[in-house]
Ligand binder design. Structure first.
Ligand SMILES: Cc1cc2nc3c(=O)[nH]c(=O)nc-3n(C[C@H](O)[C@H](O)[C@H](O)COP(=O)(O)OP(=O)(O)OC[C@H]3O[C@@H](n4cnc5c(N)ncnc54)[C@H](O)[C@@H]3O)c2cc1C
Length: 383
């Protein structure tokens, strides 16, 4: 059944959805508020389940061709002692490798996998649901009527507000910094160093680069923040190798992005002519690195639910049935992992040394289960 569909947002979720729609012959329009495609950003870590979804999108090989393959994940104490070292290759065997690449590369691959033209520099001023249709007023004053509007416009989603009223997402009292630097320390895999209410992460990505991420609870921030570089050096200067020297070597020309983190409580974000996907529907802490995976899975499941469905409301209900439990699990696990930040150091060390393996398996094991109720056989195998 042919429908008029609008995708709002051409980030990870919107582009994955566009790809999934094109592979199923579903027509759509797609807009993005940004004036042009994203070229900046730092790194992305993709655990093994991301590869299952990327395979569903027919993009796994393109990502694997350029990304760094992380065989292990290691958690270190501030002094550099190992708290937990996980054989992630073994854990995700059968799903796929844990890969890491720059955000620009990931979105570039997603964009190159879509034939439709994204209308950049365009957003919606209003969306009115009338008679089972969505009447959209665009930022240039044009109007159009759609059978379905899909909000893929991220954490601060204006679509969410326009459709469901203003419910501010939870902002965590935490600040993060991200940058890409040359991997001069020769780091081989995802490595995090945990301090009290702060964490420093290094992940090798393509082209000899290292993705460096630091975060700290806001109570640790100076009353008068200096440069991002200075803040990072103040917060992590007391850490040991391997990551502290990377922070110490940051120079004035290194581009460091500062941001905040937060959560959108997952629920049924749909009505008779609209639905939300990706961060707009269920953003959460990056502590499980599941944001991209959940966005890819949303895209594949929604495309399957819509393909051939006569009843749109039933299709959206089925989408929620297949997605809600999984994204809620991820949100719950992220909160549990984040809560260890404020534990006294001896307790954190004991927990990670004794239970690190078990906690990792417990968090991620449900994500080894299939996320789709069939449907992949309906995909035509376009390259
Ligand atoms: C610090 C940090 C580190 C992270 N690390 C990882 C990681 O390693 N691995 C991982 O899987 N996930 C990670 N995530 C999560 C991941 O970035 C998100 O889950 C993912 O980007 C969500 O994709 P999205 O398309 O839903 O939203 P976004 O990526 O935010 O894209 C939204 C798009 O919508 C557009 N837009 C916004 N508003 C409008 C509007 N009003 N109209 C039209 N367009 C609009 C934007 O321009 C953008 O293109 C991290 C998140 C953070 C904050």
């Amino acid at each position: 059944m042919s429908r008029n569909i609008l995708i709002i947002g051409a980030g990870i979720a919107g582009l994955a959805l566009a790809r999934a729609f094109e592979r199923r012959g579903i027509a759509f329009d797609i807009i993005d508020r940004a004036p042009s495609p994203l070229t900046g950003g730092a790194g992305m870590f993709l655990p093994g389940n991301a590869m299952v979804a990327l395979r569903g999108l027919g993009l796994d090989e393109r990502v694997a061709d350029i990304a760094w393959h992380n065989r292990r994940q290691t958690i270190l104490d501030v002094g550099g002692g190992t708290l937990h070292d996980m054989d992630v290759d073994g854990f995700w065997e059968g799903a796929g490798p844990c890969l890491s690449l720059t955000r620009a590369s990931l979105t570039g691959i997603l964009r190159s996998g879509v034939e439709a033209q994204v209308r950049y520099g365009t957003w919606t001023d209003a969306i009115a649901i009338e008679d089972h249709k969505a009447r959209v007023t665009f930022s240039d004053g044009a109007e159009a009527v759609y059978d379905l509007v899909i909000g893929a416009d991220g954490f601060t989603s204006a679509t969410r507000t326009q459709l469901f009223g203003y419910e501010p997402p939870e902002i965590y009292p935490r600040t993060c910094w991200r940058t890409l630097v040359p991997n001069r320390i020769g780091l081989r895999h995802w490595t995090v160093m945990l301090g009290q209410r702060r964490a420093l992460l290094g992940v090798p990505v393509e082209d000899g680069l290292l993705y460096l991420y630091g975060d700290a609870d806001n109570v640790l921030l100076p009353a008068h923040p200096a440069t991002h570089r200075q803040d990072l050096q103040d917060l992590f200067g007391g850490f040991a190798a391997p990551l502290a020297p990377v922070v110490a070597a940051l120079g004035p020309d290194d581009r460091i992005d500062k941001g905040y983190l937060g959560e959108v409580a997952a629920r049924d974000w749909s009505n008779e002519a609209a639905v939300l996907v990706g961060d707009a529907a269920h953003a959460c802490s990056p502590s499980m690195a599941q944001g991209a995976s959940m966005a890819f899975e949303d895209a594949l499941v929604l495309a399957d639910c819509l393909a051939g469905a006569q009843d749109l409301r039933a299709a959206l209900a089925e989408f929620n049935r297949q997605r809600l439990e999984r994204v809620r699990w991820v949100q719950k696990q992220c909160r549990a992992r984040d809560s260890t930040r404020s534990l006294p150091r001896p307790l954190r060390i004991a927990i990670l040394r004794l239970l690190g393996d078990r906690l990792y398996r417990r968090s991620y094991a449900p994500l080894l289960l299939p996320f789709q109720n069939g449907g992949t056989d309906r995909v035509d195998q376009r390259a």
